[in-house]
Ligand binder design. Structure first.
Ligand code: 3HC
Ligand code: NAI
Length: 700
């Protein structure tokens, strides 16, 4: 049974035991109601304790049930059973009390927690609002302003902060059940009142109306939450706690919850939640797969990437040796690390003491032999195959047996690198994103011979250093950058065909990306791509090529760093300003290429860029370079700022409908450009009326 009742003398203990996180499935809600009724009917019981078994209290409603019709009893029904109880109900919290879990706790008369517990209403992160009284009870405990901030951000509070805020009443030292029972007995002995949160007043700061507070908060979060209805709805509903009576506001909260749950934004965010968890499951790796111990790490190359990669390990207390070719390069690398930490300290986000502890994890060397005792070596030298091969063959001779040898290459063939060693099973790709100490995504490149325990260890260590790891296969640009190339390529052709950089960037920004491709290019530096194109030479004639991007660089416009790129910039300001010179260049280049420019609607711009991204994603999936369409989504939401409320590019394609995507891809690209041939997998799924989610379900 997921909920059980046990009497300890005069105290009834109701335990929720629904692994892994005690989510409030229908069976749990049922059990809560029936166990409470049983305890109420038992004259020997004077008070009730509600607690969770296993690693946590209740982590919320069962998100998996959100795709099914609502079933009785509702969570509101269960909560009102405790709240109306004539015997004190004490909620005992460990682990996390989240969403419906905290709402359940708020329906109890008192709340106690262990010191390590966390509470929060993270529904907004799933595109929802708390739908079981959270927007009504929390402001009655912590005040309207604080409730608005907590609910619209979804932030968690640690137990001590929750105590200060009045969410919990007491912190238990030692055994939680015993502490909660003692607390309950004391309530009975003192004849303490039954504190029903619904009967308290929702407190407003003096001189402010609920509507003013909601408007001010909305203004503060408008940019970050653009395109998402949930944050606004959270604020509106908290404001209702002041302007409506409890039951009417509770009913309105439920209506909004149902509306949001049915919307595409919540579907996208729920998809993103499960996609991230699915990405942790890798074919050939099970819970029985061994792991290797990583107690010491060496990073080769202390440039843009090496220093940032090293910081991730130092942050979690793993000693890390940075290895460079010369002392001055090493000093430069370490100085950047120090500068990064110092900046975090000065922003108040890290204590000086913690910074010193982290810096103490670093050592430096100018000899590869310093990698001899490392359990994991990550190479981050220049992107040059000959150099990487030389380093890996030296590492093969130097490193201890069993050491994991990883390359941070962003484009090169990891199998070719592995082949120069006598231990290709120990070689793997770890493709960090820049800045490597900040970006959450880590593409883990599984080589043909990479051993399962090496992959497992790398996944585990990635999680330990707070990355979101996704396993990908060896191919040019791996998953993320390969798809990005298809997208930026089309953005480039749009210029020749009729749009301007500012048109494309506006549409992509409005779609929810942090910035459009041209602003992004200016930020990253246009010379990098230019050099790659020069090295690779012009593609074959059946691949379209536009010279505009090359001409921009040849004009000396390398992006923000030179004050001009696709846009012009005023010194000391990153705001892109459209430049007539670029427009002239575009018009002249289109004319020279014999292209007749025409107007593009916003929709047409969006489709051209996004459908190119999706089409390439479908090719990657069919080639087995990603295990799931949802893995691609995780890569895009965590590494490229793709809006999570759309779930990721492949989920967005499912939302649009694959038939629509396929027909548009065919119309836009068929025949003119081999690169953009419709992906056969996209064609097949569209014809069969299926989705990428169906493909994932059939293939995993
Ligand atoms: N419903 C269903 N399954 C859930 C779940 C939930 N609320 N929360 C977690 N799970 C599942 C995960 O999918 C995962 O399943 P898997 O092992 O099959 O992949 C498993 O539980 C363990 O989850 P994590 O891997 O995330 O475990 P962690 O220990 O890293 O994190 C956690 C635990 C902090 C509880 C995290 O899972 C979490 O943040 N969960 C979601 C919390 C949440 O958003 N709650 C609000 C739900 S909406 C709601 O309550 C509506 C209400 O207002 C009416
Ligand atoms: P970088 O040029 O900033 O740094 C490379 C460093 O390696 C230099 O400091 C150089 O002195 C050092 N180095 C060269 N040969 C060495 C040797 N034999 N032994 C020790 N150190 C040596 O390069 P960056 O940008 O850090 O890139 C490193 C790797 O990471 C490349 O493979 C690149 O493709 C990849 N990458 C880069 C990203 C980026 O945004 N810069 C993103 C993801 C991956």
């Amino acid at each position: 049974m997921p909920v059980s009742l046990q009497n300890h003398g005069d105290i009834a203990v109701i335990t929720v035991d629904n692994p892994p996180v005690n989510a409030l499935s229908q069976a749990v809600r049922n059990g809560l109601v029936s166990c409470t009724q049983e305890a109420l009917a038992d004259d020997a019981v004077t008070a009730i304790v509600l607690i969770g078994a296993g690693r946590t209290f209740i982590a919320g409603a069962d998100i998996r049930e959100f795709n099914l019709p609502s079933a009785q009893p509702t969570l509101n029904d269960a909560i009102s059973t405790f709240e109306a109880s004539s015997k004190p109900v004490v909620c005992a919290i460990h682990g996390t009390a989240l969403g419906g879990g905290l709402e359940t706790a708020l329906g109890c008369h008192y709340r106690v927690a262990v010191a390590g517990a966390m509470v929060g209403l993270p529904e907004v992160k799933l595109g929802l609002l708390p739908g079981a009284g959270g927007t009504q009870r929390l402001p009655r405990l912590v005040g309207v302003e604080k409730a608005m901030k907590l609910i619209s951000s979804g932030d968690f509070l640690a137990a001590d902060k929750a105590l200060d805020a009045g969410i919990i009443d007491h912190i238990v030292d030692g055994d939680l059940t015993a502490g909660a029972m003692a607390f309950a007995r004391q309530l009975v002995a003192d004849g303490a009142p039954l504190k029903r949160v619904r009967d308290l007043q929702a407190a407003l700061p003096e001189g402010r109306s609920a509507a003013d507070l909601a408007a001010a908060e909305m203004k503060a979060i408008a940019r970050r939450t653009r395109g998402q209805p949930a944050p606004q709805k959270c604020l509106e509903s908290v404001a209702n706690a002041v302007t409506m009576d409890f039951d009417a506001a509770l009913q309105r909260e439920r209506e909004i919850f149902e509306e949001l749950k049915a919307g595409p934004e919540s579907q996208g965010l729920r998809h993103a939640f499960f996609a991230e968890r699915a990405a942790g499951k890798v074919p050939g790796v099970s819970k029985d797969t061994a792991t290797r111990e990583i107690k010491k790490v060496a990073i080769i190359g202390a440039g843009t990437m090496g220093g940032g990669i090293a910081m991730n390990f130092a942050n979690v207390g793993i000693p890390v040796t940075l290895i460079e070719t010369a002392q001055d390069a090493l000093d430069r690398g370490l100085a950047i690390v120090t500068k990064n930490y110092t900046a975090t300290v000065s922003k108040g986000r890290l204590s000086r003491e913690k910074m010193d502890q982290r810096m103490a994890m670093f050592s430096g060397a100018v000899e590869l032999s310093a990698a001899a005792d490392a359990d994991m070596v990550i190479e981050a030298v220049f992107e040059n195959m000959a150099l990487k091969k030389e380093i890996f063959s030296k590492l093969d001779a130097i490193c201890k047996p069993g050491a994991i040898l990883a390359s941070n290459t962003s484009t090169l063939d990891v199998d070719e690198i592995a082949a120069v060693t006598k231990r290709p099973q120990d070689v793997i790709g770890t493709h960090f994103f820049s800045p490597a100490n900040v970006m959450k995504l880590l593409e883990i490149v599984r080589g043909e011979k990479t051993a399962a325990d090496v992959l497992n260890t790398t996944m585990k260590i990635a999680k330990k250093i707070a990355k979101v790891p996704v396993v990908v296969g060896v191919c040019d640009g791996f998953v993320g950058n390969r798809m990005l190339h298809a997208y930026t390529r089309q953005a480039g052709f749009l210029l020749e065909d009729g749009a301007l950089p500012q048109d494309v960037d506006r549409v992509i920004y409005d779609f929810g990306m942090p910035m459009g491709p041209f602003t992004m290019g200016d930020m990253a530096g246009l010379d990098v791509g230019y050099r790659v194109r020069q090295e690779r030479g012009r593609p074959a004639a059946n691949y379209r090529y536009s010279e505009i991007a090359d001409k921009v660089v040849e004009m000396g416009r390398h992006g923000q760093k030179t004050g001009a790129g696709w846009y012009k910039y005023v010194a000391g300001d990153r705001t892109p300003h459209p430049d007539p010179e670029i427009e002239e260049l575009i018009l002249a280049s289109a004319a020279a290429a014999g292209v007749t420019r025409h107007d593009f609607s916003d929709d047409a711009i969006l489709q051209r860029c996004m459908f190119a991204l999706i089409n390439e994603g479908a090719k990657i999936l069919a080639e087995g370079k990603a295990y799931r369409a949802s893995d691609i989504d995780v890569i895009y939401t965590n590494g490229y700022g793709f809006p999570s409320f759309r779930g990721g590019p492949m989920n967005y394609a499912d939302q649009v409908g694959l038939e629509t995507v396929y027909q548009a891809v065919k119309e836009m690209f068929d025949g003119g450009d081999e690169w953009m041939d419709p992906a056969p997998l996209l064609a097949r799924l569209a014809t069969e009326g299926k989705t990428f989610a169906d493909w994932d379900a059939e293939n995993n």
